[in-house]
Ligand binder design. Structure first.
Ligand SMILES: Nc1ncnc2c1ncn2[C@@H]1O[C@H](COP(=O)(O)OP(=O)(O)O)[C@@H](O)[C@H]1O
Ligand SMILES: [Mg+2]
Length: 284
């Protein structure tokens, strides 16, 4: 990291509200060239929302997000397109196009943003798929591969243009420990060898501590703590301690309804309790 150089990403007083709910509340931080910043925090705390602001796909309610020194929050779609050629993005779901093969998905940014020949593109696709351990899967469709494999194809696509900056949202969730290590090694190799800057959202603590040069913990839409992995590991903040040690007891509420997850179809505590009550009364 070189802190004399202008930061690659500069987030200042970022606020995002969905209706009445403040999901990001006055977030400020910088990312410098060569850093691997891991953003962690419980499910629903705003990690993906924060990432979407950094890639310009979501506009802040207030505040500023600069990437490569340019304000992305007020950029027009065409200008954002230009900036996007400089970074790769791995989405939480992989976000592959179902109608294209694995190879075509990886080739997509090369067709969109370069004038390379089909042969050159084929060679790059092969090389990127090899990097993520998926040699020979070019011709399968996303529906024919596992969730973990989709993630890795998404990563291969994110790396297709050899970006100087990579955003990844939960790159290792759904991967087994060996594949997690492979993806982490790849991130480390690119960060150290090619001086790539990375912003990685993760709640996998083993992976987070393996790759991070700096960490930010989000909670209640704000930054709860930030520092080097060592500072986070030895933090006396009870919320940080609870999170990194995966403890059920602590200041982070486990009652999801407190987080107002009503817009998540899958979290409906009351009907579930009711069903259990009925079940007990029927069988006893
Ligand atoms: N498009 C949206 N409209 C309304 N609420 C949203 C939208 N996207 C995310 N949220 C809410 O914002 C909160 C943060 O979401 P998200 O950033 O996806 O969390 P995380 O990635 O940390 O799990 C959640 O409570 C989620 O329900
Ligand atoms: Mg998310």
């Amino acid at each position: 990291m070189n802190s004399n150089e202008a930061p690659i990403i500069e987030v200042i007083d970022l606020v995002h509200q969905f209706g009445e709910r403040t999901v990001l509340n006055d977030i400020s931080f910088n990312v410098h060239r060569g850093e691997t910043l891991v953003i962690m925090g419980g499910s629903g705390c705003g990690k993906s929302t924060l990432l979407r602001h950094m890639i310009g796909s979501m506009k802040p309610t207030s505040g500023s997000v600069k990437i490569f020194g340019e304000e992305i929050a007020t950029m027009k779609e065409r200008e954002i397109g230009r900036v996007r050629q400089r970074f790769g993005m791995l989405f939480q779901s992989g976000a592959l196009l179902a109608s294209l093969t694995v190879g075509e998905n990886v080739a997509l940014p090369l067709f969109q943003h370069t004038d390379k020949s089909a042969d050159e593109i084929e060679a790059i696709v092969k090389q990127k798929l090899e990097m993520v351990g998926l040699t020979g899967f070019e011709d399968l469709k996303p529906a024919e591969i596992s969730g973990g494999m989709k993630k890795r194809v998404g990563l291969a696509r994110a790396l297709a243009l050899d970006p100087e900056l990579l955003f990844s949202d939960e790159p290792t969730s759904g991967l087994d420990p060996i594949m997690t290590a492979v993806v982490d090694q790849l991130t480390l190799k690119l960060a150290r060898g090619s001086h790539m800057t990375a912003v990685v959202v993760s709640h996998d603590m083993t992976s987070a501590f393996r790759i991070a040069t700096r960490m930010i913990m989000l909670g209640h839409g704000s930054i709860v703590a930030q520092g080097t992995p060592e500072e986070i590991r030895t933090s006396t903040n009870p919320e940080v301690h609870q999170f990194i040690n995966g403890e059920a007891d602590g200041p982070i509420p486990l009652n999801l309804s407190q987080d107002k997850h009503e817009d998540h179809q899958c979290v409906k505590p009351r009907p579930f309790a009711l069903a259990r009550y009925r079940f007990h009364h029927k069988t006893s």
